[in-house]
Write a protein that binds this ligand. Structure first.
Ligand code: ADP
Ligand code: 5RP
Length: 556
């Protein structure tokens, strides 16, 4: 009997995906996807206020549905490990047993008791306070290894915000957990105090660093917000890389998932970092995990980076991607989301006017909406690709959900310029795609300017697989070839690689990458004829950005 199967579970923004993988070859035996039901209806969100909360029941229902489905393909005893990756920083308040408050009576419908999704920017003011305090309080600047600017997307800003806003949640919250740690604890069923926390989540988002003994000091935290007193003690000191064993499946979850209690559960991690592992990341590659947002992940030998700090990124953390290497993260807060925003904008008549149509009966309206929704993104890509970039005037800024890097400023907004009577939807779509690529170029330039060379670029994720137009534009704007990973479920495959190491099927992550890597599907080569036109427009993008930024209060 071959005990060689592992499961990778990837919690994205809109859905959870599980893949069953043969750890000998990396063959994906089965995959399953479960969109979050409550999230789909945006039940606990308020986009106008940048509030995006997810109910843990969406996550638990998805866990059971997807894993049961893929696990049924082989005998349970042959599945020896699993690992979870999630979005982040996506923290939630928990009780003393580590249970999410949103699963407790009285809190079921309270968004403050749920997971505060990475793209929730309700904590802008708190992030600004953290930044001020970090450089003025007279002690260690705890933002040092997180790019020197703390973001409202991250752990402490979100905890401060919810703690201030909701007295009942603040009183009931014994502690807080990152989503990836919470799921791992659910699966293993251990005690909160001994739960092995993710190095990746702690280092990139919670200002955890070995050099100052873990999390920021109690004194710093209490100066920030007196209500945080004592929380540090109830969090954690040690962190673990994702190839380590967190435990084995609890009796309850083995039964719910159709697995055995011998199944090893690896320490949790973030989706982008797992994706980078599946993208076969190696020293000085940049893996772009391109979905709702984009995360740009780079790894480099710790000793070569030495004391160098790359300012304005989302941190540099020993072992956050490949244990033994330094993991560096940057990214853009809206990529697929920016294009989805535009699609929704132009679909407005379908939502607002069609229901009152006297021409089309209701059932046919639904069919029409569905048909157009299915075709819209593909058609926009095609029409925008046909616009000559040299003749295109419209310029956009990609900051509809703020700017994550370089130099976090989540208060920034998107913008368009050079609209004329001749501007149509494909022109604007093209400008949005270009702005994503220019934003990406700024990030690559930041790494290189700080002495971290980018030797190759790899793309993966929904956008990399679905938009050839965007990927070609990116290759032209960066003036570099881009390889796109073969796997459609790269973060889940990366999680499976971590699970295979934790379960002892491979000795380390690079060996697992070599054995289980699915290779590359396409390579986009830069088109020399277009490089020059994009170069000129990139300079305009920078100037436009500078102008808009000067009109916006600087917050994180
Ligand atoms: N043809 C397309 N061109 C560009 N973007 C697309 C296309 N189809 C879907 N998308 C975008 O892909 C994103 C989803 O990517 P995916 O990697 O599946 O999700 P997640 O971010 O949850 O991991 C959505 O934001 C969507 O707008
Ligand atoms: O910042 C992150 C990881 O560090 C987020 O998890 C990520 O940006 C959200 O992922 P996705 O866009 O794939 O849903």
């Amino acid at each position: 009997m071959s005990k060689t199967y592992v499961i990778g579970i990837d919690y994205g923004t809109d859905s959870v995906r599980a893949v069953l993988v043969d750890a000998r070859s990396g063959a994906e035996v089965a995959q399953a996807v479960h969109p979050y039901a409550r999230w789909k209806d945006q039940r606990y969100c308020n986009a106008a206020h940048n509030q995006f909360r997810q109910h843990p029941l969406d996550h638990l229902e998805g866990l059971e549905a997807t894993v049961r489905q893929v696990a049924a393909q082989v005998p349970a005893e042959q599945i020896v490990g699993l690992a979870v990756d999630t979005t982040g920083s996506t923290p939630g308040p928990v009780d003393a047993r580590g249970q999410s408050l949103a699963l407790l009576p009285g809190f079921e419908e309270n968004p403050n008791a749920m997971f505060v999704l990475w793209k929730d920017h309700t904590a802008l003011a708190e992030a600004a306070e953290i930044n001020r305090k970090a450089t003025t309080w007279g002690g260690e600047d705890y933002t040092r290894f997180e790019g020197g600017i703390y973001s409202s997307e991250w752990f402490w800003a979100k905890i401060m915000h919810v703690t201030r806003e909701d007295e009942a949640v603040a009183r009931a919250a014994h502690s807080w957990m990152e989503h990836c740690d919470w799921l791992t604890l659910q699966l293993t069923g251990g005690a909160l105090a001994t739960c092995k926390r993710s190095r990746c989540a702690a280092g990139h988002k919670a200002m955890w660093h070995e050099s100052w003994g873990g999390l920021p000091s109690e004194e710093f935290l209490v100066q920030l917000e007196p209500k945080l007193a004592g929380l540090r003690e109830r969090l954690y000191t040690d962190t673990y890389t994702a190839d380590q064993v967190a435990g084995t499946l609890s009796e309850e979850w083995a039964q719910r998932l159709g697995l055995t209690t011998d199944t090893v559960v690896a320490v949790g991690t973030f989706d982008a970092h797992a994706g980078a592992v599946a993208g076969e990341i190696e020293a000085y590659s940049m893996v772009k995990v391109m979905g709702t947002s984009t995360c740009d992940i780079v790894v480099a030998p710790v000793q070569e980076v030495g004391e160098k700090l790359v300012p304005g990124i989302c941190g540099q953390v020993d072992g956050s991607v490949v244990p033994g290497l330094l993991g560096l993260e940057a990214g853009q807060s809206a990529v697929g989301d920016l294009l989805a925003w535009f699609r929704q904008l132009i679909e407005w008549p379908l939502r607002a006017l069609l229901p009152d149509s006297s021409v089309l009966p209701a059932e046919q309206q639904d069919q029409l909406r569905e048909e157009l929704a299915g075709r819209m993104m593909v058609a926009l890509n095609q029409a925008a690709a046909a616009v000559d970039p040299a003749a295109s005037q419209v310029l956009a800024l990609d900051w509809v959900n703020g700017r994550r890097t370089p130099d976090a400023n989540q208060a920034l907004k998107g913008a368009l310029m050079n609209l004329s009577m001749g501007t149509d939807a494909p022109h604007i779509f093209r400008a949005l795609v270009e702005s994503i690529c220019y934003g990406s170029r700024r990030i690559v330039e930041r790494f290189e300017a700080q002495g971290v060379p980018i030797k190759q670029v790899i793309g993966l994720g929904g956008v990399a697989k679905k938009s050839a137009f965007l990927m070609q534009t990116l290759a032209d704007v960066l003036n570099r070839p881009i390889r796109v990973a073969e796997s459609d479920q790269a973060p889940a495959l990366g999680a499976a690689m971590y699970a295979a190491v934790a379960a002892g099927l491979h000795p380390d992550v690079p060996t697992a990458q070599r054995a289980m890597g699915n290779g590359f599907a396409d390579t986009y080569a830069p088109d020399p004829a277009r490089v020059a036109a994009y170069e000129a427009r990139y300079q305009q993008y920078l100037a436009f950005g500078e102008f808009v930024e000067a009109q916006t209060p600087n917050m994180a």
